[in-house]
Design a protein around this ligand. Structure first.
Ligand code: DUC
Ligand code: ZN
Ligand code: ZN
Length: 480
C-alpha cells in the first residue's frame, strides 16, 4: 500500500461541486490521492471537520507602495500570518504605478518586498498613467513576466484614469492578453458631492457614504462595461456593493459580455449606519464603495445565488485607526474626504463568509469553496490553486463547522490596530492550514517561515480571451 508523506484522515472533503467522506494523500506538496483508507507517514485527524481548499484572496492590499516611498502598514509578512490564521493560502496583491513614472522599477521593488511572504502570491498591476511607453512597452513586458491582470481606478486622486485612458488600458490588455479589473465609481460626481457636503459643514465619517451613493457606482459600472464591450476586452468589476450594480452586470453577462464580479464581506455585513458613530470611530468602517443600507446584503446574496457575482475577496487594506500612517494620515480630526479608505479583512473574510453564508443556510459549503477559492483561482489563471483535485497544490484548510468564535483584533493577527468586526460572533472556523503540504497554522498558531511563500507567474488562460464581437467588426485595439 502506498504511504503518502501526509494523510488527512476521516474528514469530509468539500469541492466546488460536492462533498463526500474521503482521506487526502499529500506528496511533494501536491494532492496525490483522494479516497478511502489512505496511509501516511504523518496523519492529521480530520474527524468531524470539513477539508476544503485554502482560501484564494484575489484582492488584497499588502505592503502597497506609496508615492512618498513608504508603504501601507500591512506587510507581506504580517499579512501572511493573518491570512494563514484565517485559512487563506494564496493572495493577489497590488503593484502600484505613480503618475508620470515607469511601472517597472516599482514592480521590481514590490517583488523584492514580497520575498518575505508566507502565502503564495500573484500580482495585479495598477495602471494610473497610460502613456505610449506604458501601453505599448511596459504592459507587454509585465504581462510576459506573469502579471495577467491590470487594475484601473475610475475614481480616487491620484489614481483615477479618465475614459480615454481607460480605453487605452483596455486596448493594451487586449493586445497583451491580460484581464482588466476595475474600481467603479464616478470621479466627477464624488468630487462635486464632496465639495457640497464639506461646504455645508457635513464632514463626519458618516458623510463618506453620502459622498458616493450607489448611483455613482452603478453609473461607473455601466460605463466600464460599455467601454470594455467597445474594445471586446474581458473585465472583472471589483467590490460590488449593492444589488443595483449587480443588476447592470447581470444584464451585460446575459448579452454575452465577458464581465465577472466580486463582492467583499464588508458589503455583506456592514452598513452605512456603522459609519455614524461618535468622533472618528466611524472611520473604522470607511471603505469605497461605501457600505450601503441594511437591505443591500440580501440583494448581494441573491446576486451570488444567481451567479452574477463570482468571487468574495477581502479588499484587505492596512490602515490603522491610531497613528499617522493610517486613518489619521491627515491629522487627528480630518474631514471624511481625507480619511484613508479601506478595512482590514484578510483573516476575517473566510470565517465571515462561512458564518453568514454556510452556517446561516444561504449557501452550501461547495458554494463557499467556489466563491472564496475555486473561482478566484480560475478567473485569475492560478491553475494549481483553489481546488481539491489530484495534482493541485496541497493548499488545504480544515474547518470545524460548528466552532463558535467571537472576533477580536488579536485573533486577526494582522498589523492593524482594529477590526471592523470586533465582538461579532461567527460559526465555523479554520483550525488547521496547510500550504503546499506543510502544516503552517494549527489552532491559530502560525508556524510558516518568512519567505516560504512563492510568486505565481500567470500564463495566458481561457478567461482572458476576447469574444470576437466588435462594433462594426473593427478591432481598434490593434491601432491605438
Ligand atoms: N477601496 C479600494 O478601492 N481600495 C482599497 C480600499 C478601499 O476601500
Ligand atoms: Zn478598488
Ligand atoms: Zn482594493
Amino acid at each position: 500500500m502506498t504511504s503518502f508523506e501526509t494523510v488527512i484522515k476521516g474528514g469530509t472533503v468539500v469541492t466546488e461541486q460536492t462533498q463526500f467522506p474521503a482521506d487526502i494523500g499529500i506528496a511533494g506538496g501536491k494532492i496525490a490521492a483522494i479516497g478511502p483508507a489512505l496511509a501516511g507517514d504523518t496523519v492529521l485527524d480530520a474527524t468531524g471537520l470539513l477539508v476544503m481548499p485554502g482560501g484564494v484572496d484575489s484582492h488584497c492590499h499588502l505592503e502597497q507602495l506609496r508615492e512618498d516611498g513608504t508603504t501601507d502598514e500591512e506587510s507581506f509578512c504580517t499579512g501572511s500570518i493573518s491570512a494563514l490564521a484565517g485559512g487563506t493560502t494564496t493572495a493577489i496583491c497590488f503593484s502600484n504605478q505613480f503618475k508620470g513614472r515607469s511601472i517597472l522599477p516599482s514592480l521590481a521593488e514590490y517583488h523584492r518586498r514580497a520575498e518575505t511572504a508566507m502565502i503564495d502570491y500573484a500580482f495585479h498591476q495598477i495602471v494610473t498613467d497610460p502613456s505610449d511607453e506604458i501601453v505599448f512597452n511596459e504592459i507587454p513586458a509585465l504581462v510576459a513576466s506573469g502579471i495577467r491582470s491590470l487594475k484601473v481606478f475610475l475614481t480616487y486622486d491620484p489614481l483615477h484614469v479618465d475614459d480615454r485612458g481607460f480605453l487605452r488600458i483596455l486596448a493594451a490588455a487586449r493586445r497583451a492578453r491580460a484581464l482588466v479589473t476595475v474600481h467603479c465609481e464616478n470621479y466627477a460626481a464624488i468630487g462635486w458631492l464632496t465639495e457640497a457636503l464639506l461646504a455645508a459643514g457635513m464632514s463626519a465619517p458618516k458623510y463618506h457614504a453620502w459622498s458616493r451613493p450607489m448611483l455613482v457606482e452603478r453609473e461607473a459600472a455601466f460605463r466600464a462595461i460599455a467601454l470594455a464591450e467597445l474594445v471586446d476586452q474581458p473585465m472583472q468589476i471589483f467590490h460590488v456593493s449593492s444589488p443595483e450594480v449587480a443588476e447592470e452586470i447581470f444584464r451585460a453577462q446575459a448579452r454575452g459580455v465577458r464581465v465577472w464580479a466580486e463582492t467583499c464581506p464588508q458589503y455583506l455585513t456592514l452598513t452605512a449606519a456603522d459609519m455614524d458613530r461618535p468622533g472618528l470611530e466611524g472611520a473604522k468602517f470607511m471603505c469605497s464603495p461605501a457600505p450601503r443600507d441594511a437591505g443591500a446584503a440580501d440583494g448581494l446574496w441573491a446576486a451570488i445565488a444567481r451567479g452574477t457575482i463570482d468571487i468574495i475577496s477581502s479588499d484587505h487594506s492596512g490602515f490603522s485607526f491610531e497613528g499617522s500612517r493610517g486613518k489619521r494620515i491627515a491629522g487627528e480630526t480630518p474631514p471624511f474626504r481625507d480619511i484613508m479608505n479601506g478595512v482590514p479583512g484578510i483573516c476575517a473574510r473566510l470565517p465571515l463568509v462561512f458564518s453568514e453564508g454556510v452556517a446561516a443556510g444561504r449557501i452550501t459549503a461547495s458554494d463557499f469553496v467556489r466563491l472564496t477559492a475555486y473561482n478566484p483561482a480560475r478567473l485569475f489563471g492560478l491553475a494549481a490553486k483553489g481546488r481539491m483535485d489530484v495534482g493541485a497544490d496541497a493548499d488545504i484548510a480544515l474547518w470545524d463547522p460548528a466552532k463558535r468564535v467571537t472576533l477580536t483584533n488579536a485573533i486577526m493577527q494582522h498589523a492593524i490596530d482594529y477590526t471592523p468586526y470586533e465582538g461579532r460572533g461567527v460559526t465555523g472556523w479554520p483550525v488547521l492550514t496547510i500550504r503546499r503540504g506543510e502544516v503552517v497554522m494549527r489552532d491559530g498558531v502560525v508556524t510558516a517561515a518568512p519567505g516560504s511563500g512563492r510568486y505565481i507567474p500567470v500564463p495566458e488562460y481561457d478567461f482572458i480571451k476576447p469574444t470576437g464581437n466588435l462594433p462594426n467588426g473593427f478591432n481598434a485595439a490593434a491601432f491605438a
